[in-house]
Design a protein. Structure first.
Length: 366
């Protein structure tokens, strides 16, 4: 099945969280080949270069290697209120309608049962029209009651679960008070993120890091959570943490010098300004995933200050937000080489860790 090219328009402030989850799920379960691209319309003003990069990386990418994709999808951020896409010269609104269309045409599920059709309409009305968390929670509670694991028809993971889950995890975890809903979120996360060999290897890397901490008497605490690729997706699981939570960017300059930048998770990052402050030749830009893996041994989505442990050749210069290391936080938190956990150590131990790896901290005021 091959679909015509689909152009989707949405606001950068109302991201279609279900779309990347759906594409990856369709590829893994049905071998759906997709070709995706993301653009920012000129009517959108973004001064934060890190936010711009995050938006452009919102959809997963896939190397088609000459294979004709089942679906070619272009996402355009523009000044609009609701997501829309064109179908047979008709403008259709709503993320729910987009995912339902893709799921049906690509036959990701054998069929969408009338029970799910009705619930998808409810999701559309609650999420798109009302945008009401209290109503959404009430609807979820009603659906989950009497089920064992999932809310789609016959208690099997389906499009209703995917759409509801993708929006549930975008809401801070402390907003969910019902343990039944939290259990359903956990079930969906487990279903969508089966452990792979690559994840097992990442788990081994995490244990090596923990062994290194123990070897050097570095006390640590760690919180496991579902796989996350953005700060926004991570924060709901870290509501009870007291300390500096970071975002980490892997960068290079025009001459190929490499940099790792750790900044507070809610800080705006202007690469142009930072490049001038550190006198980076030709300014700073994001380095490729191949260079990242070669230098720090991690992939995109897993970048962390702890990956300095893998930089044996000391190729990477370490830049740190001054607000992280100026003493206002007693503990600092980063991924332990894998994005299914977040691990904290004391600020003093963090500084000692950086020294042990043979690196120096360059403080940057953001």
């Amino acid at each position: 099945m091959q679909l015509d090219k689909i152009i989707v328009k949405c606001s950068p402030s109302r991201l279609p969280y279900s779309l990347p989850i759906f594409l990856e799920f369709a590829n893994r379960t049905k071998n759906i080949v997709f070709d995706s691209s993301v653009h920012i319309h000129s009517d959108v003003r973004l001064n934060d270069s890190a936010l711009r990069e995050k938006l452009l990386d919102f959809l997963p990418t896939q190397s088609v290697n000459g294979t004709k994709p089942n679906v070619t999808l272009t996402l355009i951020y523009t000044n609009t209120k609701y997501l829309s896409f064109q179908l047979n010269n008709h403008k259709i609104e709503g993320e729910v309608n987009l995912v339902k269309y893709l799921a049906t045409k690509l036959k990701v599920w054998d069929e969408i049962h009338p029970v799910d059709e009705a619930r998808l309409d409810d999701i559309y009305n609650v999420l798109i029209c009302d945008d009401n968390l209290k109503t959404f929670q009430s609807v979820l509670q009603e659906w989950i009651e009497g089920t064992k694991k999932f809310i789609s028809y016959q208690d099997k993971f389906g499009v209703t679960d995917l759409l509801a889950y993708s929006h549930a995890i975008s809401i801070p975890k402390n907003k969910w008070s019902d343990p039944v809903i939290l259990e359903w979120i956990k079930n969906c996360s487990t279903h969508l993120s089966p452990e792979s060999k690559e994840e097992q290897n990442s788990g081994d890397e995490k244990q090596k890091l923990f062994d290194y901490f123990n070897q050097h008497q570095i006390e640590f605490d760690s919180i496991d959570h579902p796989e996350v690729f953005t700060v926004e997706a991570m924060m709901p699981y870290l509501q009870n943490i007291i300390g500096a939570i970071s975002k980490n960017l892997f960068l290079k300059d025009k001459k190929g010098n490499l940099y790792l930048l750790s900044a507070l998770h809610d800080k705006a990052v202007n690469l142009t300004d930072i490049g001038k402050k550190i006198k980076a030749p030709g300014g700073l830009r994001f380095a490729s995933e191949d260079i990242l893996f070669e230098a720090l041994g991690v992939k995109q989505g897993h970048v962390t200050a702890y990956s300095l442990i893998n930089d044996k050749e000391k190729k990477v210069k370490f830049l740190v937000d001054d607000d992280i290391i100026n003493g206002q936080f007693e503990r600092v938190y980063f991924h332990p080489l894998i994005n299914t956990a977040t691990t904290g150590i004391s600020l003093d131990d963090f500084k000692r860790f950086v020294t042990l790896t043979g690196h120096e901290i360059t403080s940057v005021v953001l």
